[in-house]
Design a protein around this ligand. Structure first.
Ligand code: PEP
Ligand code: MG
Length: 820
């Protein structure tokens, strides 16, 4: 096989071009060496590097050198003069850099000679030129073969037609025969192209269902056609994946259970439907309109039409952004922020430019161009995983809206209903979830999503039961009645009358909290509310919360491009403090990063943001942000009557606690605490509590970090469970340190909202529990039914259990009987 050298001014450009070419041949390609850049990050070329690269891939069959522009050619020419091996056949290709390299790599992989490869690379633009109607496509005929002796017609079966991989397989297969083969797509009626040219084959644009005519001449013409026929018949090996059996059914038809469903013991936990927002709902299923179909592969637009087509993209994106901003103006709170953020994405100049250049440069239709431009960004997001992957649904939402606009269709979105219904969707974009009318939508069920996805957060804020990761939900028939249990994640299809009656009883059962948390024997436990923004204070007051145990300040500024000023912060904090005069309000300083990026704080390029610069760590780099915030908290606290405590998120060391306490003291803030949400903080809670006045357990993150399980991944929900004995032991460690120091240690993670777990937390020594306001009644009622000794016994048993399920069962055994 010949060797190939790639000479470019830019190492990144060279690597990207090589990656693209290698994608076509996998591991079976020729040796390739890159000579790019002039060293130390300088753009340029260097003849000695080219000479080294030629030596690296030299082979008796020869070396082909592909170059980008200008001095790359001169450097390559000079390199030939340095050569120690005057007999080594080296050819400098005048072929186009990207197309030529790709054609050369594929032909070389098929064992072609240096002459053949060089010819292929040189002519690599011809198919594009012919396709775009150039008068003189480099003077090269498209079909240079002799008259065909044999012809077959075959229909493409594989899902994506003749894309890069099948093209590569075809070229490689044909190269094994002494035959000249051409391919024509009968759908387009364009002239045949040589089947040994990957670029030409790609431009044939053959997709699933198209019939291609394959003609061959030469000694092994018949064998070559047989090989083609076999490859096409097997769908180029892509049929198996496309026909893979559907995943196991995940929705059950059984009656709701009082306890969470049985979970697999040992081994890797499997994920099923997850209840992410508690409550029962009964109603007929209404499916969310499926997103628009992917627009067909581009048939290139004529040059004269491209400017107008590009303009249509700009206009459609502007109109979508405007419609979203209009909707944002009609709602408030989190919904408003989310809609505004989605509008910003729709107007993103980077995205629009990328789509426009696909129209002007490649002649894509506007809808295809938008689809592809978004696809490029989402591919990167998916690869990065975690939080970025969760943004994919936002971008798809924007894409679908713009494509619908371009196609003149109504915007995809929520069903327009006045009768109650249960919404079933593949995935809900935040912009849609924010607009759900909770008076008609009774529950949300999605196929995708994790427990802390936007869907879950917003469903809880709307007070709607919600289930995510219900893999088969889209198969449920439209209009069929279901019972949804937002706690266990169970979906009962076609329930009996008795089941419906029982569920309706549950729905009617509104448990109110009298404003003083205590166990049956009078042990006081403060029951507080988690608050996300000034707008959510009303719900906390209405639910009779004893105060605020966690005010997540970062949620106030999710949509800010710049850091909020002092006055804006003072005003926001005062609104929350004013809701609880004389009562406890614990405000947390910005917890930016990971699942809650703030544009003005968070670096967008962290590989592993959950373990990166988040929480208190942002103050290492931006101490002025923390100081302004503490100044604002002090001013707001002085102006209102709340009993204000300040705490820092994501503390991992005693030093950070000391630093935080000192900064607070400098601003006259004295009731200072830290969150315990890293195993490090839990284990060193003793020394930490010597330096601060209180601690609050963030069990969401504590579970994530203890179990090494991403809290955003539905698949890991069984590991990411605060009932895991390892997590309970961490909590115990921190609570015991609090008891020893005589300082309060509360819980403000989601664990506090699980009534039975709340009793365990009390048994472990938690002095307060903070939760979403809707959970207060249920937790208060459960605690009223048990004594503190029962809580302690149950806590001991749960901590000693061998698994999360065993911990639940042990707790249920010790807590349930006396409640009956
Ligand atoms: C937690 O981690 O439990 C917590 C309360 O903080 P957040 O959910 O905001 O990360
Ligand atoms: Mg946290």
């Amino acid at each position: 096989m010949i060797g190939i050298v790639v000479v470019s001014h830019s190492p990144r450009l060279a690597q990207a071009a090589v990656d693209l070419a290698v994608e076509m041949v996998g591991v079976n390609g020729p040796a390739i060496a890159i000579a790019a850049g002039a060293g130390a990050g300088v753009i340029g070329t260097d003849a000695s590097k080219v000479a080294e690269a030629i030596a690296e891939v030299s082979s008796p069959e020869g070396v082909l050198v592909m170059m980008d522009l200008g001095s790359a050619v001169m450097s390559a020419e000079m390199a030939l003069e340095f050569s120690d091996d005057p007999d080594l056949p080296v050819r400098l290709s005048s072929g186009p850099f990207v197309e030529g390299l790709m054609a050369a790599v594929v032909r070389a992989a098929g064992g072609a000679t240096l002459d053949e490869v060089e010819r292929e690379a040189r002519g690599a633009l011809r198919a594009k030129q012919i396709h775009l109607g150039d008068e003189d496509p480099a003077g090269l005929p498209v079909d240079s073969g002799p008259a065909a002796e044999h012809t077959i017609e075959v229909t493409l079966l594989n899902p994506d037609g003749l894309h890069a991989r099948p093209v590569s397989m075809l070229v490689t297969a044909i190269s094994a025969f002494e035959a000249t083969v051409t391919v024509a797509n009968l759908r387009t009626g364009r002239p045949p192209v040589p089947a040994n040219s990957p670029t030409a084959l790609l431009i044939v644009g053959a997709r699933k269902g198209d019939t291609i005519s394959v003609a061959a001449a030469g000694r092994q013409a018949v064998e070559a056609l047989e090989a083609v026929s076999e490859l096409v018949g097997k769908g180029f090996g892509e049929l198996a994946a496309a026909h893979a059996p559907a995943p196991r059914p995940a929705c059950s038809a059984s009656r709701p259970q009082a306890r969470p469903q049985a979970r697999p013991q040992g081994g890797a936990p499997s994920s099923g439907p997850l209840g992410v927002s508690p409550g029962f709902a009964v109603g007929p299923i209404v499916r969310m309109q499926e997103p628009v179909d992917e627009p067909g592969p581009a048939v290139a637009l004529p040059l004269r039409e491209r400017a107008a087509a590009a303009e249509r993209i700009v206009a459609a994106a502007a109109s979508v952004a405007l419609a979203l901003r209009d909707k944002a103006a009609r709602v408030s709170g989190a919904a408003r922020g989310i809609l505004e953020a989605t509008a910003l994405m729709a107007a993103d100049p980077g995205l629009i430019d990328a789509a426009v250049s696909r129209v002007t440069g490649q002649g894509h239709t506007p809808e295809r161009a938008v689809w592809a431009a978004v696809g490029e960004v989402t591919a990167v997001f998916k690869e990065q995983g975690g939080l970025l992957a969760e943004r994919v649904s936002d971008l798809h939402d924007v894409r679908n809206r713009i494509v619908s606009e371009l196609l003149g269709r109504p915007a995809p979105g929520l069903p327009d209903r006045v009768e109650p219904y249960v919404l079933v969707a593949r995935d809900l974009a935040p912009a849609d979830t924010a607009l759900i009318d909770p008076t008609v939508c009774r529950a949300i069920v999605t196929v995708e999503g994790g427990p802390t996805s936007h869907t879950a957060i917003l469903a809880r804020a709307l007070g709607l039961p919600a289930v995510v990761a219900a893999r088969d939900a889209m198969d449920l028939p439209e209009g069929s009645v279901v019972i949804v249990d937002g706690t266990t994640g169970e979906i009962v299809v076609a329930p009996t009358d008795e089941q419906v009656l029982r569920a309706e009883e549950q729905i009617r059962r509104v448990i109110t909290f009298d404003g003083a948390g205590r166990t049956r024997d009078g042990h006081r436990v403060q029951l507080l509310a988690n608050v996300a923004s000034p707008d959510s204070v009303a719900a906390a007051i209405e639910a009779n919360a004893e105060g605020v145990g966690l005010f997540r300040t970062e949620f106030c500024f999710l949509d800010h491009a710049e850091a909020p000023g002092l006055d804006e912060q003072v005003a926001a904090y005062r609104r929350v403090f004013a809701g609880f005069p004389g009562k406890k309000v614990t405000i947390r300083t910005l917890d930016a990063g990971a699942d809650k990026p703030l544009a003005f704080v968070t670096a967008a390029d962290e590989v592993n943001p959950a373990l990166g610069i988040r929480g208190y760590r942002t103050a290492w780099q931006r101490p002025e942000l923390l100081d302004t915030q503490l100044q604002a908290i002090a001013a707001a606290a002085a102006a209102e009557d709340a009993d204000v405590g300040v705490m820092a998120p994501m503390i991992a060391t005693v030093d950070e606690s000391v630093d935080f306490a000192a900064r607070c003291a400098a601003h006259g803030l004295h009731n200072v605490g830290v969150m315990i949400e890293t195993p490090a903080a839990a284990i060193t809670a003793g020394p930490i509590l010597e330096r601060v006045d209180f601690a609050s357990l963030g069990t969401n993150d504590l579970a994530q970090y203890t179990m090494a399980a991403d809290r955003l991944m539905g698949e890991l929900a069984l590991l990411n469970d605060p009932w895991q004995p390892a997590v309970l032991r961490m909590i115990r460690e921190a609570c015991q340190a609090g008891l020893a120091a005589g300082k309060p240690v509360g819980v403000c993670g989601e664990a506090a909202a699980d009534p039975m777990l709340a009793a365990i937390l009390v048994g472990l020594g938690a002095t307060s529990l903070s939760m979403s306001p809707r959970a207060l009644g249920g937790v208060a009622e459960f605690l009223r039914g048990v004594t503190v000794d029962q809580c302690r016994d149950a806590a001991l048993a749960a901590v000693a259990a061998g698994s999360a399920d065993a911990a639940r069962s042990a707790a249920a055994l010790l807590l349930e009987p006396t409640r009956a």
